[in-house]
Design a protein around this ligand. Structure first.
Ligand code: AMP
Ligand code: MG
Length: 480
């Protein structure tokens, strides 16, 4: 079997020190779990119909014609600590496909075997994190949030040693690019200005064609990240591992390791088992975003002609993140509250609700979804403990009256901003557990339901429910 992808591998044309050429390490008995047909169509891929052939391709056993497999090198700050060399330790990029509309996408196999950047790792992934990434990244896409996508998932037929003997798996990740803040940091730390300049040119051409020089790029990325983090927070998403190597220049969400959606709202919520200090807690995400952008700014400095002037300019740009984030976040909150107009007190009104939700252990998704109806007082049902919700409702109603949007339009606006369905942790975990027992039905059902997150549907009402006390999943793992 041969298959050809419409590749044009621009990253592979960059200087050798950007990557190591590395083929995926073959696996013993690949089996297809899922293929994302709508995404394959969007990319303009013509794929074989046979599941066994698909499994061979997306396990890395058969390379599509035109692939130039490689592992990218990068560096990064992990939990604030500097790692001068990271890189694709368990991922191999096959190449970039150019879709029929001209958009360019990396195709990467995650879990494809050891590379020179694997350090102590085995280069593999097990089934749990693969299914988690598939479900959550596709859910994010359906929620309209910039993200890498999942094109396929396969079982490898090999055992991976983690806390026990786990089935190995590979997820095919599709991304606008895999260029990270850490990619810039890698070359800056080595004082390799020539590579840094090549990376800058490549990134601008690829993601921000109008941007001028390092300042233009920095400003564009600050804007993209402000928008992205506000969008995350609007759906209760906690990334969990916002290291600089996990922040893209494209503004897409990347690296679905210990991420989670909150059930009950709390600003200090943390799920990741390794985030002891709460560095990447829900409400810390904008501050961490700014911190990461400061690292990007630092990495870009060597490209500026006047270092002192550049420090001043970049400091101002990074300091400007807070205001740009607030503007995005307040916009998200206004949409969630069904406000078409803009008034000074709107953010305060939203924060007042969030405070009451934190006090009352209110389910984040359900509170806003129930508010998005002709009977918004039902949102009280989303509160675990009686909290002073009624007085807030009165204030909000008064604000709505001033806003003047007809009821039906308000409801439509709110239902498009407040999903009925998110990938709840306990459902993701349940799908993984069933798959470990050989039953993929819950995975497919959850995945399919999540493609339509803004509609109330009786047939998936169970997936919308908040977890009962005994169903709660409070910790997530990197899964490496
Ligand atoms: P992450 O926490 O997923 O951002 O990964 C951090 C670094 O560890 C990256 O350089 C990964 O490529 C590497 N890594 C994670 N898991 C493995 C593994 N199983 N084998 C080799 N390298 C890994
Ligand atoms: Mg990573």
């Amino acid at each position: 079997m041969t298959v050809a992808f419409p590749f044009d591998n621009s990253y592979a044309r960059l200087p050798d020190r950007f990557f190591t050429r590395q083929a995926p390490v073959p696996v013993s008995a690949p089996k297809l779990i899922a293929i994302n047909t709508p995404l394959a169509e969007r990319l303009g891929l013509s794929l074989p119909n046979d599941d066994a052939d698909l499994a061979e391709i997306f396990a890395g056993n058969t390379l599509p014609d035109g692939a130039t497999p490689l592992a990218q090198v990068y560096a990064g700050h992990q939990f604030g600590g500097w790692s001068p060399q990271l890189g694709d330790g368990r991922a191999v990029m096959l190449g970039e496909v150019v879709a029929p509309d001209g958009a360019r996408f990396d195709i990467q196999l995650k879990g494809a075997g050891q590379t020179p950047y694997s350090r102590m790792g085995d280069g593999r992934a097990w089934l749990g994190p693969v299914l988690r990434e598939y479900i959550v990244s596709e859910a994010m896409a359906a929620l309209g949030i910039p993200t890498t996508r999942a094109l396929a998932a396969v079982e490898t037929g090999d055992i991976v040693l983690r806390e026990g003997r786990m089935p190995g798996a590979i997820v095919t990740r599709v991304a606008a690019s895999h260029i990270r803040v850490g990619t810039f940091q890698f070359f800056a730390a080595r004082q390799d200005t020539e590579a840094l300049q090549a990376l800058l040119d490549h990134t601008i051409a690829r993601h921000y064609p109008g941007a001028e020089g390092p300042s233009g790029l920095l400003n564009a990325v600050i804007g993209a990240q402000a928008k992205l983090i506000a969008a995350w927070m609007g759906v209760g998403f906690i990334h969990g591992v916002m290291n600089t190597d996990n922040m893209t220049l494209s503004g897409e969400t990347i690296d679905y390791g210990p991420c989670a959606f909150m059930d009950a709202y709390h600003p200090e919520m943390v799920f990741s088992s390794i985030d002891h200090g709460g560095r990447y807690a829900y409400a810390n995400q904008p501050q961490i975003g700014a911190w990461n952008l400061a690292q990007l700014a630092t990495a870009l400095l060597p490209l500026m002609p006047d270092r002192d002037a550049a420090i001043e300019e970049f400091t101002e740009a990074v300091n400007g993140f807070a205001g740009r984030f607030d503007a995005e976040w307040h916009g998200v909150l206004r949409a969630k509250l069904g406000l078409a107009s803009e008034e000074d007190g709107d953010a305060a009104l939203a924060f007042d609700l969030l405070n009451r939700m934190a006090q009352g252990g209110a389910d984040f998704t359900q509170t806003f979804r129930l508010l998005s109806s002709p009977t918004p007082d039902r949102a009280a049902e989303a509160f675990a403990a009686p909290a002073p919700f009624a007085p807030w409702l009165e204030e909000w109603r008064a604000r709505l009256t001033k806003d003047g949007l007809p009821e039906a339009r308000r409801v439509a606006m709110m239902q498009a901003a407040n999903p009925a369905l998110i990938p709840r942790n306990h459902r993701v975990e349940e799908a993984i557990q069933a798959a470990l027992g050989g039953d993929y039905a819950p995975f497919h059902r959850l995945n399919s339901a999540l493609q339509d997150p803004f509609t109330d549907r009786a047939d998936i009402a169970d997936l919308q429910l908040a977890p009962r006390q005994d169903e709660r999943v409070t910790q997530t793992f990197c899964g490496t």
